[in-house]
Design a protein around this ligand. Sequence first.
Ligand SMILES: [Zn+2]
Length: 281
Amino acid sequence: MDFPTTCPICGRENRAEYADSSVHDLTCVHCGARYCVLVRKQKFEVLFDLGTRALMDGYAREAVASFAAALERFFEFYVRAYVLERASDTAVDFGAATAALAGTWRHVASQSERQLGMFALAYLLREGREPDFLSPAALGADFRNRVIHRGELPTRGDVEGYAAQVFALIDRLLTELGGGAKQAELAQEQAFALHLAALPDGVTAVFEEHPGMFRARRFGSLVPMPKTGKTDAQPAPRSGMNSVRAYQQAQQQALFQRALTERGELLKRFKGGMEDTGQKV
Ligand SMILES: [Zn+2]
């Protein structure tokens, strides 16, 4: 997937491929200027927004793959956030901590089951309780496997339900992390700083802060939020597992739909939509 960028010299558009590192070294096809676009966004945010875009464009199956990947990358983000948060609490050198973390992650990088194990332990250590949301049902694992591994063609409604489930889980865990996510975000800033220091003269750096779904929830909140805990119109369930599950699903859908609306409102603030938020430095 690619995204449009604006040349800081001539103001015209160039498209860039999303890079894993969030760093994009570009040469303007119109005027030849060199510039570097640094996207302040975590991998799971990029993937979730790609899923949302695919869903909106009618690619339901592709959307499922992106949402599933977003959840896996979020678990990685959580582990990173926890480890770096702990390191900062215990005055361990930040550079040493990120290097040890990178080395450790290499042992689990190729197997998502191992990563899930790392996440489960990180959650237990940080929160002091079992990550009860790791059940296959709560993760939508069956649906994901039917679509991704068995080629089932999902309906848009099914995908929206899955997206809502993934969104609600990530949103909940981000809320629990709170300020604990800061160190992981700092790690990205440090990687950016290293890259910037190595850039030759005459290259303009451009920072972009795309208003993605989770950023809209955390920093945007343009849609008035209800003040009570019961946020939506659905009545609370009276009894029985099925009605509890249906109630939770309705709550998740409402949360997801509200985040979509908030993101839409945030996008309207930026001329040209999601991409045109570059700030010249
Ligand atoms: Zn240009």
